[in-house]
Every structure is written in C-alpha cells, then in structure tokens.
Write a protein that binds this ligand. Structure first.
Ligand SMILES: Cc1cc2nc3c(=O)[nH]c(=O)nc-3n(C[C@H](O)[C@H](O)[C@H](O)COP(=O)(O)O)c2cc1C
Length: 195
C-alpha cells in the first residue's frame, strides 16, 4: 500500500456509529471521521465527513439531525449492522435497540456515549460533505474501552474484514470520480423534512 496513504490513515478518529432519520426513514452508518469541533465545554460541537453516495448522507442533509455514538471495543454487532452494507438494501436497525432523542432522531441504546446533534452547517468536500453539528444532548452508556481505529483494524473479525476491504476498494473507485470537484457554492438550506 502507498506509504503516504498509510500515514494519512493514522489521521482517523475512533469508530463512531451515526444514526439519523428523515420523514420516518431511519438509517445509520459507521465513520472514522468523527471529531470534536468546539473548544468551548459549554457549547459542544462535533464534525464528520459523510460520503455523498451513502444513504445516511441524504437523510442527514434533509432532516438536519444525527446521533453520534462512541462504541466500546467489543461492539462488532454495531459495525456489522451499520458499517458494511447500505440501508438501501434493508432496515439496518432490526437487530439494534433504539430510543428516540429529543430531536426525533433515533439513538443507539448500547454505546459508550451518545451525542444527539443538529446540523449547524456543512461544507462540500468533493466526494463527501463535511457536517458540523451542535450537540443538543449527551448521554453515557455502559463503560469500557473505546473502539479506536487501531483496535478496529486489529480486532476486526475475518468475515467482516473481507466485506470491509471489498467495500473500501469499491468506494474508493466510485468516489475518485467526484473527489476533485469541490462546489464552493453548495450551501446547506436547513432542514427540509422532519426526522
Ligand atoms: C471503520 C469504518 C469507517 C468508515 N468511515 C466512514 C466515514 O468516515 N464516512 C463515510 O461516509 N463512510 C464511512 N464508512 C463507510 C460506511 O459506514 C458504509 O459505506 C455504510 O455501509 C454506508 O451505509 P448507508 O448507505 O446505509 O448510509 C466507514 C465504514 C467503516 C467500517
């Protein structure tokens, strides 16, 4: 693998599960692009990059709400449910316990920490959209070690690794076509649907 790509790969966040819904359609995915985006403890913000080809992207764009969950290192069930197939192929939440947050967004019951967020702004990033979110509620779950990207790579079960690597190759090929074009005029219009 390209040594520069391997170096850039170290600039990843812990594994986070993202949930959302729009017009009653619920969905979610897994990211390693979750970041704290505010230094001010009394006004928490987070950010993430979501590929434009993912269903979750469009649902967050439309409803303006999302849940961001830090996972424990043993939560392979969540990775399996949300991170290796698209919600276009069926309901991804069937095996996961959910609650509804104050924004109407579905949130995972089992996680280290659940942050409920409203989109504050977005930035076009070519293949992805950068979402900046205000944290409107936060709740701690069962304690444990956080699933860092390093723990993810080392502990990924074999069957999941095969799917994850195949998806990554396919996504990289697909996204390469749109990665270079950044639309500076693409502003987020605000929510257009209810969760
Ligand atoms: C460890 C890991 C990290 C990922 N990071 C991101 C990410 O930062 N942004 C993103 O859009 N997709 C990311 N993905 C891919 C999505 O989770 C995946 O494409 C998902 O199936 C999309 O589902 P959807 O079409 O239902 O939204 C990641 C997947 C894994 C397993």
């Amino acid at each position: 693998m390209d040594p520069l790509y391997l170096t850039l790969r170290t600039l990843t966040s812990p594994i986070a599960a993202i949930t959302t819904s729009s017009g009653g359609r619920r969905n979610g995915l897994v990211v390693n692009s979750a970041q704290r985006a505010s230094l001010v403890p009394t006004f928490m913000r987070v950010s993430m990059y979501i590929s434009k080809t993912n269903l979750t992207h469009d649902l967050i764009w439309d409803s303006g709400v999302f849940g961001m969950h830090l996972l424990r290192a043993d939560q392979w069930d969540v990775v399996r449910a949300l991170g290796v197939r698209s919600g276009r192929d069926g309901d991804k939440f069937a095996s996961l316990a959910l609650r509804t947050g104050q924004t109407g967004c579905p949130l995972l019951q089992d996680c280290l920490v659940a942050l409920e967020c409203r989109v504050a702004n977005t930035m076009d990033a070519g293949a992805a959209t950068f979402f900046l979110g205000d944290v409107v509620a936060a709740e701690s779950g069962t304690e444990g070690d956080v699933m860092t990207s390093d723990r993810f790579r080392k502990g990924l079960p074999d069957d999941l690794r095969v799917q994850y690597e195949a998806n990554l190759v396919r996504a990289q090929e697909e996204l390469a076509r749109i990665a270079q074009t950044v639309d500076r005029a693409r502003n987020w219009p605000g929510p257009t649907t209810r969760p």
